[in-house]
Design a protein around this ligand. Structure first.
Ligand code: ASC
Length: 144
């Protein structure tokens, strides 16, 4: 039953259909879970750069792929009517074009990271760019 509900959310959201009749709590849960996955994997990459985790190219690329998949998936969870009671700012509704631009930058830089993570030097350079896209969106659209 739960699986069916999530499948329905994903199917509806990727079609761009209004989700007014979908349980917003479930959407919020999914959105927050997706960002937790991204944050966890950013932590792996950051830990490798700080020397807290031993750098390993395969593991770094795997972490980058998980971030990239999440970045591509999470846009579908930013649906009007699912911000109240979450950390997502209702400003997203009025400033949708700017929000979408920032989301696209996150996807783009996470695409680049999949390649870049394969070498420590390029990982380090790309980390700033990718983290910058997280920050620019959080500054404007994430409530504390
Ligand atoms: C990360 C992470 C974020 C962003 C943000 C950038 O690694 O988990 O949420 O970068 O801290 O400012």
């Amino acid at each position: 039953m739960k699986k069916l509900a999530l499948a329905a959310i994903l199917a509806v959201s990727t079609m761009g259909v209004s989700m007014a009749d979908v349980d917003s709590e479930k959407v919020i849960d999914y959105r927050q879970a997706a960002f937790k996955v991204a944050g966890w994997n950013m932590g792996i990459l950051g830990g490798m750069l700080k020397g807290e985790i031993e750098y390993n190219p395969e593991e770094a690329v795997a972490a980058a792929k998980r971030i990239n998949e999440m970045a591509k998936a999470v846009g579908a969870t930013f649906v009007d009517g699912t911000y109240e009671g979450s950390h997502a700012s209702p400003k997203i509704v009025e400033e949708r074009a700017d929000f979408d631009k920032k989301l696209a930058a996150f996807i783009q830089e996470s695409d680049v990271m999949v390649e870049a993570a394969g070498e420590k030097k390029t990982l380090a350079a790309q980390m700033g760019k990718l983290g910058g896209t997280c920050k620019s969106c959080h500054d404007d659209y994430k409530l504390d």
